[in-house]
Design a binder for this molecule. Structure first.
Ligand SMILES: C[S@@+](CC[C@H](N)C(=O)[O-])C[C@H]1O[C@@H](n2cnc3c(N)ncnc32)[C@H](O)[C@@H]1O
Length: 223
């Protein structure tokens, strides 16, 4: 077996073990912490394009709505990992401050030399628990590949709403199966409470492998 095949096999196993072996927030944090040094290699082998799909959702929303999320504003990357999603935001011209919420030390070690992020919050996003990130702070709160049924569950969406400024935007890319029936319900509930508007939902045929994903754009109401 060639080393390329071995790597593909290792990457497939890494993903399968994450999806079907990891059951809760602490296990997920430890899983990423222990595999941080290989994360970008596995992501490349698996064809991880979710950061680009999140930004594609943002730019399509901007074109359709005639709204622009200020490129010199302030953003926070929830589950920032090694900085792939932070770099993707830079690649669509975002020059403002980007902060990071990332619970694992070893992902932080990989990301820090890239100088993408300013402030770091080493915390898990959890249901029914506020992070220490201040309220009403960001023009854009975004998250790529973090919402699931393991750790950052759908009930965490309201914490993202707390962090964004009135009138600011939230962008989330996740697997389609975590949008339909999960995050979608939480978003509709928040919209029903008058806290947000669901502005744009874009379905993509990819995430990695052949799994479908969704980029969702929400806007926090001003009152
Ligand atoms: C698939 S990676 C995505 C990393 C980065 N956003 C990217 O696009 O490459 C998921 C990241 O979310 C972090 N994470 C997992 N559960 C989390 C939670 N409950 N709160 C915050 N971050 C979490 C992991 O440590 C990991 O760095």
């Amino acid at each position: 077996m060639s080393s390329a095949e071995t790597n593909q096999e290792e990457a497939n196993k890494w993903l399968t073990d994450l999806w079907w072996g990891v059951k809760c927030a602490d296990e997920e944090r430890d899983y990423y912490n222990n595999s941080a040094a290989n994360y970008e290699n596995f992501s490349a082998i698996l064809g991880w394009i979710a950061p680009q799909l999140c930004m594609e959702g943002i730019t399509k929303y901007e074109t359709i709505s005639g709204t622009q999320i200020p490129r010199d504003g302030r953003a926070i990357d929830i589950g920032a990992g090694t900085g792939l999603s932070g770099q993707a935001l830079r690649d669509i011209g975002f020059t403002g401050q980007i902060d990071a919420l990332e619970p694992t030390e070893n992902m932080f070690v990989q990301a820090q030399p890239k100088n993408i992020f300013t402030l770091w919050y080493h915390e898990l996003l959890l249901e029914n628990k506020e992070t220490s990130v201040p309220s009403n702070t960001y023009d854009l709160v975004y998250s790529v590949g973090v919402f699931s049924d393991r750790s950052a569950k759908s009930g965490c969406l309201k914490e993202l709403v707390r962090l964004v400024k009135p009138g600011g935007h939230i962008a989330v890319n996740c697997l389609k199966r975590f949008w339909h029936g999960y995050l979608e319900v939480a978003a509709h509930n928040l919209q029903g409470e008058g806290k947000i508007e669901i502005k744009h939902v874009e379905l993509f045929e990819k995430f990695h492998h052949h799994t479908k994903s969704v980029t969702v754009i929400l806007q926090k109401n001003c009152k």
